[in-house]
Design a binder for this molecule. Structure first.
Ligand code: APR
Ligand code: PHB
Length: 390
């Protein structure tokens, strides 16, 4: 088997890269260890920056997003018993975000790839990457017990935090930076109308809460929980009561509850691996970096990475130029670190950190007060939330 670009991972990064490469006339094969159904079963955040919306449009995968997606021109911060709106349009000259579930993004990209008759190998087992420090890289895998080798010009490691690509880089060649947060997020999906037409981020003495949505009839809610907490400790009634307790009175009264259709706990971490290129192996998305979900940057960073990588491969084949390939890692990391900073800052501002004590709570309260009374401070939040340029 042979292709130009072997893409490991059929998550948003791998599928968007494949779609952008197809538009550029660059051949790719996607190798995914799970089934398509399993990949689509993952519940992930769904706030798309304009950069991501534009890349999905450029890839030819944006039609349903523009019909079913929800443009959002602001968010609300809830603290001290009241809500304060951050107006993106006013603060960023009209920029906004699109609320559209990552599952739907992935589904649209899968459908596009299938309609183009492009190769996606699901349930590929024992995937391993080889020869990327030379000029003849390859990806080996087994399927139904049979061994295969995919020869290629380049390997795109889009296989997430637990994937094989980053693990295949010599330890000495990687610099890793990590912060583990001392809490998790308990998330619930429910077929109930969202409590508000925009997202509500709440800093409360009981802990952080977030009110989000997937559509006008499907809501997504989160409450900060202990790292050792378990989903089975939380009945639906207990979750709704805790969420209500962390919101202002108006939101608590307006909250429509119902049976959870998904309930899960996720840990929070900040992580970056540098560099993002090793010879002919390129890391993109969660394979290279992780952000706490507070700033909704994970999918958007993955999209930005593969937008730059697709352009670099296109220039290699079309213009016989490797300038963008050589610049890929540094260009991505500059944007990654800015998003890591914003996600860390927003997480530090909005969550309860018992170890910082009463003084830490006062610092959060003072920063929130400053944030909603200073146009400069609110602008800084808004321009990071809607996304910095690629
Ligand atoms: N071989 C093949 N596929 C693999 C392997 C492997 N060894 N290891 C992991 N994968 C697959 C996973 O099954 C998954 O489908 O790679 C894919 C990686 O997808 P994501 O983890 O979604 O990462 P990415 O595409 O970078 O998207 C980042 O997804 O996890 C969220 O919050 C994250 O929103 C962000 C986005
Ligand atoms: C979500 O809708 O799942 C979501 C939205 C915003 C975030 C995190 C998660 O910051």
């Amino acid at each position: 088997m042979r292709t130009q670009v072997a893409i490991v991972g059929a998550g948003p990064a791998g599928l968007l890269l494949g779609a952008l490469l197809a538009k550029a006339g660059v051949e790719s094969v996607v190798l995914e260890r799970r089934s398509a159904e399993y990949v689509l079963g993952r519940i992930r955040a769904g706030v798309l920056e304009q950069v991501t919306v534009d890349l999905l449009d450029a890839a030819g995968a944006g039609a349903r997003m523009h019909v079913e997606g929800l443009p959002h021109a602001g968010i609300e911060l809830c603290f001290g018993g009241s809500r304060h709106r951050i107006d993106f349009h006013d603060l960023t000259g009209g920029k906004q975000v699109m609320v559209y579930g990552q599952t739907e993004v992935t589904r649209d990209l899968m459908d596009l790839r299938e309609s183009q008759g492009l190769a996606t190998i699901y349930e590929a087992e024992d995937v391993s990457v080889h020869g990327f420090d030379g000029s003849r890289p390859s990806v080996r895998f087994t399927q139904d017990g049979r061994p295969y080798e995919l020869e290629c010009d380049f390997i795109a490691g889009c296989d997430g935090y637990h994937g094989v690509s980053r693990q295949s880089v010599p330890h000495s060649a990687l610099r890793k930076y990590e912060r583990i947060y001392p809490f998790g997020w308990l998330g619930v999906l429910s077929e109930t109308p969202p409590v508000s037409h925009e997202l509500i981020y709440s800093n409360h003495e009981r802990g952080f809460a977030l009110c989000s949505m997937r559509s006008a009839t499907r809501s997504r809610y989160y409450v900060q929980c202990a790292l050792d907490d378990k989903v089975e400790h939380w009945s639906d009634a207990a979750f709704w009561a805790e969420l209500r307790a962390r919101l202002d009175d108006a939101a608590a009264d307006a909250l429509v509850t119902g049976p959870s259709i998904e309930k899960s706990i996720a840990p929070l971490r900040s992580f970056v691996a540098e560099p993002m290129r090793f010879g002919r192996l390129f890391l993109a998305g969660d394979a290279a970096h992780i952000v706490p979900p507070t700033g909704a940057k994970g999918l958007n960073l993955a999209a930005g990475d593969v937008g730059l990588l697709a352009r670099a491969f296109e220039e290699h084949y079309r213009d016989r130029s490797d300038a963008a390939i050589d610049d890929y890692s540094a260009r991505c990391l500059r944007r990654v670190w800015r998003a890591e900073r914003f996600s860390w800052w927003f997480t530090s501002l909005m969550h309860k950190f018992p170890e910082t004590g009463a003084f830490g709570q006062k610092m959060q309260a003072a920063e929130l007060d400053y944030l909603v009374h200073s146009r400069a401070a609110a602008t800084a939040l808004a321009e990071n939330y809607v996304g910095l340029p690629l």
